[in-house]
Design a binder for this molecule. Structure first.
Ligand code: 5GP
Length: 191
C-alpha cells in the first residue's frame, strides 16, 4: 500500500535489533484519519469473509483494530497481557514471547467474548517472528470460532513469522512488507 510505504519512509525510525518505530503516526501518536484508511484497506481485502469480530492484542493493536472495526461494523476484542499465570476456567489463554520487550506473558481473552459462531479477523501492527499472531490464533481456535485470517500493518518479511504462519494455512494480508532493513535503510517487497 503506497500510502503506508511513503509514510514509513518519511516518518519511520529504524532502531537496533530489527525494530522499526512508527510512534509518530501509529504506535504512540495516532494519526486517526491515516489509520482509518488502513482500516478501509483491510475492509476491502476481507469484506466478503463474513467477519463478526476483530481480535487484537493490547496495547498497540487496539487503535488499529478499532479504526478497522468501524468499516466492518463489528466489535473488537483485545487479548490482555497478564504477567501471572491465569488458570481461571473463564478465559482462553496462550503464552506469547514479546519481540520488542524480550519478555514472556500469558495473553488472556474472556470466554464470554468469543464463541463458535464467530468469524474472527486478527489485526495487529507488526508481524516479526509470529509469536503474537500464533497466540491469537491459538485463542481463536480454542473458542471454536472460525479464523478468517490476519490483517497486519507492517510485516517484516525478512523475519520468519509470515512464512511460518502461511505454511500453517493462515491467510495473512500485510499492507506493507519490509524485505530488508539495515541501520539506516529499508526496502519494501514489490506488491
Ligand atoms: P512477533 O510476535 O511477530 O515476533 O512480533 C509482533 C509483535 O511485536 C507486535 O505485536 C508488535 O507490537 C511487536 N513488534 C515486532 N516487531 C516490531 C517492530 O519492528 N516495531 C515495533 N514497534 N513493534 C514490533
Amino acid at each position: 500500500m503506497k500510502l503506508l510505504e511513503d509514510r514509513i519512509r518519511r516518518d519511520g525510525k529504524i532502531r537496533p535489533g530489527n525494530v522499526l518505530k512508527v510512534d509518530g503516526f501509529i504506535n504512540h501518536r495516532i494519526d486517526v484519519p491515516f489509520v482509518s484508511e488502513l482500516g478501509r484497506e483491510f475492509y476491502r481485502r476481507f469484506e466478503n469473509d463474513g467477519v463478526t469480530k476483530i481480535l487484537t492484542i493490547e496495547a498497540s493493536g487496539i487503535g488499529i483494530a478499532c479504526l478497522t472495526a468501524q468499516h466492518f461494523g463489528v466489535p473488537v476484542v483485545f487479548a490482555k497481557k497478564s504477567r501471572t499465570s491465569n488458570l481461571s476456567s473463564d478465559v482462553y489463554t496462550a503464552r506469547v514471547d514479546s519481540f520488542t520487550h524480550g519478555t514472556t506473558c500469558d495473553i488472556v481473552v474472556s470466554k464470554e467474548y468469543l464463541d463458535p459462531s464467530d468469524r474472527v479477523l486478527i489485526i495487529d501492527d507488526f508481524l516479526a517472528l509470529g509469536n503474537a499472531l500464533m497466540g491469537l490464533r491459538e485463542i481463536t481456535l480454542a473458542s471454536g470460532a472460525t479464523l478468517v485470517g490476519a490483517g497486519i500493518v507492517i510485516e517484516k518479511s525478512f523475519q520468519p513469522g509470515g512464512k511460518l504462519l502461511r505454511e500453517m494455512g493462515m491467510r495473512i494480508e500485510s499492507l506493507a512488507k519490509i524485505a530488508s532493513m539495515t541501520d539506516d535503510a529499508l526496502t519494501f517487497e514489490e506488491e
